[in-house]
Design a protein around this ligand. Structure first.
Ligand SMILES: Nc1nc2c(ncn2[C@@H]2O[C@H](COP(=O)(O)OP(=O)(O)OP(=O)(O)O)[C@@H](O)[C@H]2O)c(=O)[nH]1
Ligand SMILES: [Mg+2]
Length: 415
């Protein structure tokens, strides 16, 4: 009988590379790399080392400088010698075709950037036909400008020596180009097919939305991993997949929620993230239509995250890009149970930093100006949920009366 050896699935290891630039100081870069590491883990890779370089801007040929690239190459080589294979190098910014080609030539391992890593996670997460189609289209969009000639070796041979030298000899000048053209055409055809399919899905979805009746539509929006799905599950008593990974949700879920005598629709959507190319956001158009067409936005914020203020800005900007700025909205500061701060010694006279601020002090800052447009909760520990429902009731009711003045179910008070 044949024996099967079950080898342990090997976790791919990754090295991260980021830059410190005039726009992105050391602290920011380290936060970005923390997030990139979280993304890598979500995709199933283990990060073993980070390389950071200070530069006025990214090198257009190799992203980092040549010296740094060599340092990374020799690290990969040494690890390989020691039997610890490095599976991939992940760059924190989107790389151009030229950068990928040069970096790959030097490092000789799989090269990813933030965008392709996010796309990889999206591909892993996509469940419905809609999400799958959107992800595939986004992947081709990313790939197209980065297509490379597969047959460059032939060209080099042709162009090198002997008769007909110069820029590729007769008969050999073509194949590279033709192959590239063919690949490009195949991809373009596939892309237009996917676009047609999405248009079809869009049509079905908008019909579905129209058939939902006269109810106010509320959308949960926010940075990835802030607790949108957890909150959705609590409010709608549903079971949307929530976990401590980035982009747990890709597909929009819509549920009917009733608070008091007021029914409305609540949707949970894909989370936003920094450095997400607008192109990618575009590809998720039909998922994000839910946000665009919502009457009210609940912006969920993870207040325990050291960088929550920048996350708020990213979300606001993405909402504006979607053309949904200026909608009535409120902020829900979630995860108050996980909020931490460091008490300063009484004799420590250095100014307080963000780390030294208590939650109460924080509430007195710009948040105080939000009045009734914000609330502090913990979805996990179900803190302040009743208060949240009261605010939601008031907001939704106001919108409802404006939009459907003749709907009378509002006025029948349940027993
Ligand atoms: N400590 C704490 N953790 C929470 C709270 N609410 C949610 N979480 C956790 O945060 C993680 C992310 O929650 P999700 O509900 O999946 O977040 P999401 O915003 O839907 O994330 P994506 O769909 O990935 O964008 C999970 O591990 C939750 O258990 C909270 O109030 N306190
Ligand atoms: Mg979610």
């Amino acid at each position: 009988m044949k024996e099967f050896v079950i080898s342990e699935a090997k976790v791919e290891t990754a090295v991260l590379v980021g830059l410190i630039t005039p726009e992105q100081d050391e602290r920011k870069t380290s936060e970005y790399l923390d997030e990139l590491e979280f993304l890598a883990e979500t995709a199933g890779a283990k990060v073993v080392r980070r390389f950071v370089q200070k530069m006025p801007q990214a090198n257009s040929v190799t992203y980092v400088g040549t010296g740094k690239l060599q340092e990374i190459a020799s690290y990969i080589h040494d690890e390989d010698e020691a039997g610890r294979e490095i599976g991939m190098v992940i760059f924190d910014d989107e790389l151009s075709a030229k950068q990928i080609r040069n970096v790959e030539g030097e490092l000789k391992v799989k090269i990813l950037d933030r965008t392709s890593l996010i796309l990889d996670i999206f591909a892993m997460r996509a469940q419905t036909a809609n999400a799958k189609t959107q992800v595939e289209l986004a992947q081709y969009k990313y790939m197209l400008p980065r297509l490379q000639r597969l047959w460059t070796h032939l060209e080099r041979q042709g162009g090198g020596s002997g008769a007909g030298g110069g820029k590729g000899s007769v008969g050999l000048r073509g194949p590279g180009e033709t192959q590239l053209e063919m690949d490009r055409r195949i991809i373009l055809n596939r892309m237009s097919l996917l676009k047609e399919r999405l248009a079809e899905i869009d049509k079905q979805k908008s019909t579905q939305r129209k058939n939902r009746g006269r109810m106010i539509r509320v959308a949960l929006v926010g940075y990835t991993n802030v607790g949108k799905s957890t909150l959705m599950n609590l409010l709608a008593k549903s079971e949307v997949f929530a976990e401590n990974k980035l982009f747990a949700t890709l597909d929009t879920t819509v549920r009917k929620v009733i608070i008091g005598n007021l029914p409305f629709l609540l949707s949970d959507t894909v989370g936003f993230i920094r450095k997400l190319p607008t192109d990618l956001v575009d590809s998720f158009k039909s998922t994000l239509d839910e946000v665009r067409e919502a009457d009210f936005l609940i912006h969920v914020v993870d207040i325990s995250h050291p960088d929550f203020e920048e996350q708020i800005q990213v979300v606001d900007k993405t909402i504006a890009d979607l053309g949904a700025a200026g909608k009535p909205s409120m902020i829900v500061f979630n995860k108050i149970d996980a909020y931490t701060w460091v008490e300063k010694d009484a004799d420590d006279l250095t100014p307080k930093t963000r780390e030294n601020v208590t939650l109460d002090e924080l509430r007195q800052t710009w948040m105080a100006k939000l009045n009734n447009n914000c609330i502090f909760i913990s979805a996990r520990q179900k803190l302040n949920m009743e208060e949240l429902k009261v605010i939601m009731y008031d907001k939704v009711r106001e919108l409802h009366v404006q939009k459907y003045p003749y709907n009378d179910f509002l006025y029948t008070i349940p027993e």
